[in-house]
Design a protein around this ligand. Sequence first.
Ligand SMILES: [Zn+2]
Length: 680
Amino acid sequence: MQKFLKATLPLLAIALLFFACKSGTKTETAKPVLNAADFDSTIHPGADFYKYVNGGWMKNNPIPGDESRWGSFSEVDKMRYEILHKILDEASADTKNEKGSNRQKVGDFYFTGMDSVNLNKQGIEPLKEELVMIDGIKDIKGMMSVIAHEMKNGTGPLYSIYAGQDDMNSSKIVVNVSQGGIGMPEKDYYFRTDPKSVELRAQYVALIASILMERGVDASTAEAKAVKIMAFETSLAGASMSQVEMRDPYATYHKMTVADLQKFNPSVDWKSHMAEMGITVDTIICGQPAFFKLVETQMKKTPLDVWKDYLAWNVIISNARFLSDSLALKSFNFYGKALNGTKQMQPRWKRVLNNIDGNMGEALGEEYVKTAFTPEAKKRMNEMIDNMIATFRERIQKNDWMNDSTKTKAITKLDKITRKIGYPDKWRDYSSLTIDRSSYCTNVLRSNEWGWNYMINKIGKPVDRTEWGMSPQTVNAYYNPANNEIVFPAGILQPPFFDATADDAINYGGIGAVICHEITHGFDDQGSQYDGEGNLKKWWSTNDMDNFKGKAAKLGKQFSLYIVLDSMHINPDLTMGENIADLGGAMIAYAAFQKTKEGQDTTKMEGYTPHQRFFISWTRVWRNNIRPDALISRLRTDYHSPGQIRGIAPITNMNDFFTAFNIKAGDAMYRDDSLRVAIW
Ligand SMILES: [Zn+2]
């Protein structure tokens, strides 16, 4: 389980942006960073601070047709596209690449993805072997062999299985077996009764039918099969936990023997099934025992033909993006257009680039950081992290709701936080991965299988805590509770988050708050349940935990009152961890900023005091335009609150924000003292 700064979705940029990381500029000579045209000066900060800071930018930056939203993260992503595009273009044009080198692999991967003539000529052909295997299934045993094969190649039907650190013992790798097998974003999509949700389900069934028709099935037969597949997926969804339920790490932790798992699902020989995937363990963590009881029920009552259709649908839709234009478009029309309102597909080069980035991210990252990361950036980040941790420590010591014993333990955990900045010390070795120019989809399947083996090979070995969960070019950051670590890829160390030439107010309100956001994840409603060694273990006194929960509930109430779209509110239980992290992010970064020279000054720059600049920087980071459909999807599935709320909600708990902009009782942004929350 990792906590990201934002939900990961493919991002896009259109224009290219030159970027160079300069260093050593003093605050007094800092370059201008604020753009007057980004503001909307017709709005008083107290009426709508988000619009005041970002209104001009929002007007001038409409969402590109092939995006579902457009914001700071998308703008910053331009450099990733620019650098990776160049690497891939050059590598694929080079006929003298050394065979087996990363350059040959990413070059050939890109070549096959860009070869639209061949992709359209091959159609569904690259999946022939997979489909023949499915057609040949005679019984449950044979079916589980095919499912084992598909788990390895990334199709992953029916349920989920992965190897990762044990929540209760972070120095051990365990196999986790959990719910899965559905094609809509989460379980409630199968059950909501509003007209829009009913319509989405009709579109989904139509997608299943049209995918089955790719195999030569006639329309009415395909439709009948699609209805049965939908009923099957609905039963899986019905036995699944909701995203909110899954936020409780104890609720998804059921350690058991493989024999115990088999008691829930006796139709499957789980030991042999796992052996076929290369897994030989006696103990596993089962996320949802009830789900596997349902699987058993389905194995007893669902005809084998329905299972086979379900598996065929799965293998085709999972790979549709890597096949012909007509298949890719079918996938886009549901997952891009219907779910998120995106108008058109990304250009081919961006889709292929993002796919290779997902499969061989560190091979590209090794080249990326040569251009886009400097030792100076790392030094500045290290200094800021030191300041943030020191400030966090002081605030724990000073807080009035924890006893001394819990405070000591919290500080012990804080001091054990490790950090990763920029890129990994050692790069992932792709030498055993074969990529050639035969077929794009085949390259994807091979990459997935390589990734599977990479993961499975960790079982029984010491945990490699130097490993990264994100490629260096990713515009994001994360906290990983199992390692008690904060991670900042090179990709996010760019303006408006980080600017080595800007003043402290801008950087503390930007990357400083990001740093504190990630540190706070170690102390949010989930992270607080893990100790400094990354183990799920109670270290709080009961009374202190009650105090913490009381504060969290008060924060949840604040967020639940924001109406985001029509009558849709934020789900405070889904977003609790991120909301706590945002509150900590803003408050701790601000406290750290107050200790800097600029933080103690009142000299205006670009028309704003240092303290105003801090809050402007915070709100600027969250600027974005988003399509209504995408906003609805995110309100239902994203653990983060929408950008327009992240940009204001946390700072409305800070009196210094009100003072900085002369915001008073009666202003829309004002929050009465009795309603404010401070946790960390
Ligand atoms: Zn986060």
